[in-house]
Design a protein around this ligand. Structure first.
Ligand code: ZN
Length: 461
């Protein structure tokens, strides 16, 4: 068996690894590059392997940086089965369709000012390519071994990262022996609301492991919840709206869960709450369809009082008219809207109507990348430009850390430490600091061999 690292090797997006085993070629993830200046060109580039020559694909979870290039792989000739959980297939359909829609809008934009004779831009892929990819999906249950190709078995286990996320175990029979490789995809922290904790793996011959926060320790859940409690208390005193730029997948549902859990304590019954994001609404409905995957606490909360995703005073705004109607509310609203870094989406309208109000509170619950509007506000900008207007920032700005969907250094190390014999590990899905921080920790604590592959590196298992 061997592995070739084609993506997310030294960076945190574009997850894609090729496994050669028992004479077959198996792809683990096929994700988009995001946030890179050359992202568009890299996503449109040729694959570094023959798409038609891949026998099967296993998808760890539905984030765009893990599934985003699957429709392109299909467009370029891949026609094999795609194994994943049914929840991931359901979520990936939403996420890849959104990506096709964005690609279509981008192409239309680019074609608006074509010079005579200039070739029109084409979208990276279309909704038809997404349909074709969805037809190839073969859902697997967690913890059920499945022979996916002659001599190759796969087991998916809960990764606790987002709904349906899985670690992937590949076992291959070669020359009378079996070799086993485990790929983490993205691993969640223990105690994530709604989701089960990442399942441990008993044994493996090699591990491909994510390292996003390999050099960091997260704040505790208790600290994070007291920060949120303090914000609601202050907002209650000040009387303004609470505006939360939120990421559609995972973070939004996590927030709704906390709201259900602390409904009385945070006096949420006094508010009108809005989820003003069509994408987050579709994803929340998807979580709802797969409540069999919820952890015991979420099921208990639901049985005792209310479903964590259906608060009594929460409205899901359907169209832009309903969204605009929220703008006239000056007080007593909790507005969750995308995009998470305020680069697009309905959140920009809500910021325009609330940023100048000293009684309003804006709560950032996720990472804000350099150069985004969210980052400028978090960094203390006194004015921002929105829709041609200069808006003074008088609202109170909060940054709540600790809601990460990724395990931190100790979480990753504990998960790895449970694998018998501490096999060699290849660290992916991390920038240099994250990878080297985790490498030091694993070597010191478990005495294992740690590799930091570069794109295109090939390693025997
Ligand atoms: Zn992820």
């Amino acid at each position: 068996m061997d592995i070739t690292f084609y993506g997310a090797a030294g960076e945190v997006t574009g997850s894609c690894h090729l496994v050669g085993a028992a004479g077959k070629r198996l792809l683990l993830d096929c994700g988009m590059v995001q946030g890179d200046r050359d992202a568009d060109a890299r996503n449109a580039a040729e694959f570094p392997f023959d798409a038609k020559g891949i026998h099967a694909l296993v998808l760890s979870h539905a984030h765009l940086d893990h599934c985003g290039r699957i429709p392109l792989l299909v467009k370029r000739g891949f026609n094999g089965p795609i194994y994943t959980t049914s929840a991931t297939a359901d979520l990936a359909n939403i996420i890849m369709s959104d990506s096709a829609h964005i690609a279509d809008m981008d192409a239309q934009d680019a074609n608006r000012h074509l010079a005579p004779g200039q070739k029109p831009a084409e979208p990276l892929y279309t909704q038809d390519d997404v349909y074709a990819a969805m037809k190839l999906m073969k859902p697997l249950d967690y913890n059920e071994p499945q022979e996916i190709l002659p001599g190759i078995r796969v087991i998916l286990r809960d990764a606790g990262h987002i709904l349906g996320s899985a670690t992937v175990e590949v076992a291959a029979d070669e020359n009378g022996a079996t070799r086993t490789l485990v790929f983490t995809g993205d691993l969640g922290p223990t105690g994530t609301p709604i989701l089960c904790d990442p399942a441990k793996v008993a044994a493996a011959d090699a591990v491909i492991m994510e390292s996003t926060y390999g050099n960091r320790l997260h704040k505790t859940r208790v600290d994070t919840l007291s920060e949120l409690a303090a914000i609601f208390q202050a907002a209650h005193r000040d009387g303004g709206n609470i505006v939360i730029p939120a990421f559609a997948v995972g973070r939004t549902q996590e927030l709704l869960y906390f709201f259900a859990e602390h409904f009385d304590e945070w006096q949420l019954g006094h508010y009108k709450m809005f989820l003003d994001s069509p994408m987050a609404t579709r994803v929340t409905a998807c979580y709802d369809r797969h409540e069999d995957l919820f952890d015991e606490d979420a099921k208990k909360l639901w049985l005792m009082r209310q479903h964590p995703l259906r608060l009594p005073n929460l409205s899901f705004t359907a169209d832009s008219g309903e969204s605009r109607a929220i703008n006239s509310i000056r007080s007593g609203a909790v507005i969750i809207a995308g995009s998470g870094m305020c680069e697009g989406g309905r959140i920009r309208h809500h910021l325009r109507h609330n940023l100048a109000n000293p009684a309003a509170h804006v709560v950032f619950v996720g990472y804000q990348a350099q150069g985004t509007l969210g980052r400028r506000i978090v960094d203390g900008a006194k004015h921002v430009h929105l829709f041609g207007d200069d808006i003074p920032v008088r609202a109170q700005i909060h940054t709540v850390g600790g809601l990460s969907a990724h395990a931190d250094r100790d979480g990753l190390s504990d998960w790895y430490g449970a694998i018998a014999g501490h096999p060699p590990v290849w660290l992916v899905h991390g920038e240099d600091d994250g990878r080297s921080g985790l490498a030091d920790c694993l070597k010191q604590k478990w005495g294992c061999a740690v590799n930091l592959p570069k794109p295109g590196d090939k390693a025997p298992v």
